[in-house]
Design a binder for this molecule. Structure first.
Ligand code: PRX
Length: 665
């Protein structure tokens, strides 16, 4: 385990002596699917001792064109789930509900930050039947454009209903989608299109963010200019901003939809057919195309959504809202694929949390009477900073459960969330999982788990998790170890697109034979897990997984930059900020000139990778601290960026004078 994780482990011992405990509220527990710790333990034991029996039963809740021959075939590190079974993710999101007579029930409630002509929030409700019609139409459009089963469709869209329609249409015909978060720009689009060999991009003219239209089509154009692969680009007219349509390549969504038939039976897909690729940053090199397949992902996201959020379709008031963007795994799994099969309406919001004012989320919860709310610690910290008055203006009494995801939540933020948003009556589910895991892995079961602020508590059903040493032996209670998953689970990644060696190397070699998540963790005396952060060089900025290497590469692509080292540092709002140490090709500028250059560099990174990657701190330097073998000493840079005393061992440092210079400025 790296030094970074050891440091956090030491800190954990001194800081997190958390004794506040919150048993599930009695009335919540009495109505929950899992009502007591005993019931959870018994279900969990069974799920890990007899995974085939457990998952076989769970999968029967959903629709299969043909049942599986065997539940699991496991040849480490390759899992096949529901082998021989035929199903369809889109069918289980839509047709299954329509066929059960629920066609008129609301499937998606969409709201945009943009207001309509009367100044009212723009809201659209889509029933399962509406959605099925639109999805079938767009599935026919895709077919007509030549998209076939197995072809990768790139989606670069704002959070609009057409995004849900597009992804479900891909799932309907068996064309894996590759969704790119709208905050990424040209180079990221090129890399993902080329890696997935995708010939088609679905986008929109623009998307709303804090009162401005983000120029998505322009970004897509810039991305397409960098590659010759893309033959077709479908454009949704949404923000009405000016764009250019390239004849022969670009087509309007609404024109294509006009003539399309709404009859398109769902393709009978193999359980192991690729459902989608989603890129996540690696510590080195290009982003990894994480592959998820159809049957296992479907069953796992359905069941985790049901149990973690304790979803109740029979409750006419139930309304689930996950604030993530669909461009991240959280949005894939818990806005669309895990929620729709649960027959509970899902809310989709396009826009910023502070537009037109800092109370926008609370306003949405009050107006729509949201019952279950799922967001990220970075958002919670921003809300805390904006002040309680924005919350107090609103009636949040519809809320029954709160969730968090993406990074560790510090106990004070947890308490604020519990008291101010949850009115001290809502269980909080702090869910630990990853793009790679497809769904929740460590999480409270809200009717059964006593929660502790800062801990993601215990494994989800079917998950055998442990904190181990590099030999795979469990470490002692309250000692930091490598977080591993010891048994396959249905939504585990099936690999990295086009890179078998990297799949094995990244996940299966650090502790031979066990899935390593790349996170450090400890387990306390109650069996609760505490995540200690990444053990490699990926940093989590505002809940987004960012490869330091990617940011370094972006910096180095600027004409004035010779070398760059990027590290994370504690940031009040984002959790982790990006600090860049930059060696210039030119003479070192001073004063205003230096400031102008720093701004230019930050803007350059924003343009290359997207605004979330923009460094918060840039230090221009003549050299970087390196070991004699030439490795940058990142731990030392982390201390400098954080402005703390240097605790690292600097005996291997080549030039000791450099540290002092960097500290000075
Ligand atoms: O380090 C962990 C952190 O986010 C990483 C996964 O990032 P990504 O693949 O982008 O998926 C984020 C959304 C699922 C993990 O390896 N992480 C995620 N959730 C938590 C967390 N760290 C602590 N507590 C969490 N609840």
């Amino acid at each position: 385990m790296s030094n970074q994780a050891n440091t956090s482990s030491d800190q954990m011992h001194s800081v997190l002596q958390e004794s506040r405990k919150f048993p599930p509220p009695t009335d919540f527990a009495s109505r929950a699917h899992i009502k007591s710790p005993e019931q959870y333990e018994q279900m969990h034991r069974r799920s890990v001792e007899d995974p085939e029996g457990f998952w076989g039963e769970a999968a029967k809740d959903l629709h299969w064109f043909k049942p599986w021959d065997s539940v699991l075939e496991w040849n480490m590190p390759d899992a096949k789930w529901f082998v021989g079974g035929k199903t369809n993710l889109c069918y289980n999101c839509l047709d299954r509900q329509v066929n059960a007579g629920l066609g008129d029930k609301t499937a998606i409630v969409w709201e945009s930050e943009a207001v309509d002509a009367d100044g009212k929030p723009n809201v659209i409700r889509l029933t399962y039947a509406d959605l099925l019609k639109k999805v079938s139409k767009f599935a026919n459009v895709l077919k007509q454009l030549g998209v076939k089963k197995g072809d990768v469709v790139t989606i670069y869209m704002p959070m609009i209903p057409e995004l849900a329609i597009a992804m479900l249409a891909c799932a309907r015909i068996g064309a894996p989608h590759s969704i790119i978060f709208g905050g990424f720009s040209a180079a990221a689009i090129r890399d993902r299109v080329e890696d997935g060999k995708s010939k088609i991009i679905l986008t929109a003219d623009g998307g709303w963010r804090r009162g401005k239209a983000v120029p998505l089509k322009q970004n897509a154009d810039d991305g397409m200019d960098l590659t010759s692969l893309v033959e077709t680009c479908v454009v949704v007219q949404h923000a009405q901003n000016d764009i250019t349509m390239k004849p022969g390549r670009d087509q309007w969504w609404h024109e294509l939809m006009q003539g399309a038939s709404d009859d398109c039976p769902a393709e009978e897909l193999d359980a192991e057919d690729l459902a989608f690729i989603l890129y996540t940053s690696g510590s080195t090199g290009k982003p990894k195309g994480i592959m998820h397949t159809t049957g296992g992902y479907m069953v796992y996201t359905y069941l985790t959504a049901k149990h973690t959020f304790d979803l109740h379709p029979e409750d006419p008031d139930e309304l689930f809202w996950c604030t993530a963007d669909i461009g991240w795994i959280t949005g894939h799994s818990y806005i669309i694929y895990g929620i729709l099969p649960n027959r509970v309406p899902t809310l989709m919001y396009e826009g910023g949390p502070n537009f037109p004012a800092e109370d926008r989320f609370w306003d949405i919860i009050e107006r729509h009477k949201v019952t279950k709310f799922y967001t990220a610690p970075t958002a919670i910290r921003a809300f805390m900073k904006w002040g309680d008055e924005h919350v107090e203006k609103h009636d949040l009494s519809s809320l029954k459960l709160l969730g968090t995801v993406g990074e560790p939540i510090n106990p004070e933020a947890w308490m604020w969330y519990h008291e101010k948003i949850g009115g001290s009556k809502c269980p909080i589910v702090d869910t630990w999982w990853q793009t790679e895991t497809g769904g929740h892995m460590l999480t409270p079961k809200p009717g059964a788990t006593t929660t502790v602020p800062g801990s993601c508590t215990t494994p989800a059903l079917g998950i055998d998790a442990a904190a181990v040493n590099s030999e795979g032996e469990e470490v002692e209670t309250n000692t930091g170890g490598i977080l591993v998953i010891r048994k396959p689970w249905p939504a585990m990644l099936r690999g990295i697109y086009g890179d078998r060696d990297r799949y094995i190397d990244t996940y299966w070699t650090k502790v031979p034979g066990l899935y390593t998540a790349g996170d450090g963790a400890r387990k306390d005396e109650d069996g609760n897990f505490w995540i200690m952060g990444r053990i490699d060089d990926v940093i989590i900025v505002a809940g987004h997984n960012l490869g330091t290497m990617e940011v370094e590469s972006a910096l180095v692509s600027h004409a004035s930059v010779a070398e760059a080292a990027v590290v994370g540092f504690p940031h009040e709002i984002k959790g982790t900020g990006v600090a860049a140490f930059v060696i210039l090709r030119t003479d070192m500028p001073t004063g205003d000139e230096a400031e102008v250059l720093k701004k230019e560099l930050a803007a350059h990174v924003g343009k290359e990778l997207g605004p979330i990657a923009k460094p918060d701190q840039i230090k221009l330097t003549e050299a970087l601290p390196k070991t004699r073998s030439g490795k940058i000493m990142r731990r030392l840079l982390r201390d400098i960026a954080a402005g703390v005393e240097i605790t690292s061992d600097i005996t291997t440092l080549e030039d000791k004078g450099i540290v002092e210079k960097l500290q000075r400025g």
